[in-house]
Design a protein around this ligand. Structure first.
Ligand code: PLP
Length: 432
């Protein structure tokens, strides 16, 4: 399996019209070689490409498909909403329902705004932080990715790191200068930056579990330490939960680690696979947002009826208590299987996992920050990735990404995955 005749033809034609043939760089296979597979349909844990090949999916649309593909409640809700118009540009009850579902699960979201993407959510939250504090600078971690905004494409993770362009061309120097960098999991570095730029820092934004340099959990006390430092310095603590929200816990990473940020950003899962983001938090901050206050942020399609319908269906299903227990068990089983497969043939890897997101790092580990992640053997990863694809396992095509499991990854799917893993590790060992 892998890109076949029809897939290759569509990809070749796309490359003439769409940069790199993809509408988001992580979809290209630039880091692992070969061509991306053109997909046609998905059901549960499975994807089918345009040539009829089937794959077990561990990308899950980069996070949203926590209930698997074509989940019946989500599909029914979207169909039903579409019958009543695809957009109004006026308030709807569904927007209130989705906002309530988010607020119930994440109480720190006292007030919130819906957007069309995670990027927009982050941009909105940081504008609020700047408007609220009257300060300009933002602190972010090297290797964390917070979407495509200019001032955040500075030492960014995800596709930017994969393609070796963590600092994007086209970002004015003056914008990048407003972003100060610290290593992940290093509380002392934050203390120093806060001292050096006293009274100029509006916000510290962080992935509370990093996913965009691969899965890197926060070390014990790190998030609590950030909370204390931000409170002392009057810096707005922003948790970017676009990936971790409704993923690592029903209440996001903030519930899992017991730390309450001032503002949070959501995306991916809250849209059930349709384009949605959300940002919000302390009401005195969110009351700065137009039309209540002077911080402007808007969107023609924000709160779109199809997207809110999908989000409501998704979040309603996620309220079922067994969901996160199942995901935890599945994640743990997958982790054990991968380690067993690697150990059997003596390939050194370090698997880092939080609930249902995980990364197989080709290094001894542990991976605590970007310097650790960037030391991985990316060539070995690429070879392993190609083998997995050949065996029908669709794994993220970069060392610096997290893989995701859904509730549809059942015992049979895991057993097939294990066999594929064993073959992929064996091939890697034999070629070494
Ligand atoms: N923040 C994080 C943590 C992400 O993982 C992403 C996307 O992967 C974003 C923000 C940007 O979200 P979107 O791609 O929906 O704009």
């Amino acid at each position: 399996m892998g890109a076949d005749l029809k897939s290759l033809s569509i990809y070749e034609q796309s490359r003439q019209l769409i940069p790199g043939g993809v509408n988001s760089p992580v979809r290209a296979f630039a880091a692992v070689g070969g061509e991306p597979v053109v997909m046609k349909s998905g059901k549960g844990a499975w994807l089918k490409d345009v040539d009829g090949n089937s794959y077990i999916d561990y990308i899950g649309s980069w996070g949203p498909m926590i209930l698997g593909h074509a989940e019946p409640h989500v599909i029914a809700a979207v169909k039903d909403a579409a019958e009543r118009s695809t957009s109004f540009g006026a308030p709807t009850e569904a927007e209130l329902d989705l906002a309530r579902l988010i607020n119930e699960a994440v109480p720190s979201m006292e007030m919130l705004r819906l957007t069309n993407s995670g990027t927009e959510a982050v941009m909105g939250a940081l504008r609020v932080a700047r408007g609220f504090t009257g300060r300009d600078m933002i602190v972010k971690c090297v290797g964390c990715y917070h979407g495509g905004a200019d001032y955040l494409l500075v030492k960014a993770g995800s596709g930017a790191a994969t393609l070796g362009s963590p600092d994007s061309a086209g970002v004015p120097k003056a914008f990048a200068e407003l972003t100060v960098l610290v290593p992940y999991n290093d509380i002392e570095a934050v203390r120093q930056v806060f001292t050096a730029h006293k009274d100029n820092i509006a916000a510290l934004i962080i992935e509370p579990v990093a996913g965009n340099m691969g899965c890197v959990p926060p070390q014990e006390g790190y998030l609590q330490g950030l909370r204390e430092l931000c409170s002392e310095a009057g810096v707005v603590l922003v948790f970017d939960e676009v990936m971790t929200g409704f993923r690592v816990h029903h209440g996001g990473a903030q519930a899992r680690y017991g730390v309450r940020p001032d503002l949070s950003c959501f995306g991916k899962i809250v849209g059930g696979g349709l384009p949605v983001g959300a940002y919000g938090g302390r009401s005195e901050m969110m009351q700065k947002v137009a039309p209540l206050g002077p911080v402007y942020q808007a969107g023609t399609l924000s709160g779109n009826p199809l997207a809110t319908a999908a989000g409501i269906a998704m979040l309603s299903q996620l309220k079922r208590s067994a969901v996160y227990e199942t995901l935890e068990k599945t994640g743990a089983q997958l982790e054990r299987d991968i380690l067993e497969a690697a150990n059997q043939v003596g390939v050194t890897v370090c698997v880092q996992r939080v609930a249902s997101m995980l990364t197989v790092f080709f290094t001894k580990g542990p991976v605590r920050h970007w310097d650790d992640a960037s030391a991985c053997d990316t060539k070995a990863f690429a070879q392993w990735h190609r083998s997995l694809l050949q065996e029908g396992v669709y794994w993220p095509p970069s060392q610096f990404e997290a893989a995701f499991v859904s509730i549809c990854h059942d015992a049979e799917v895991l057993s097939l995955t294990k066999k594929a893993m064993e073959k992929a590790f064996l091939r890697l060992k034999q070629s070494a």
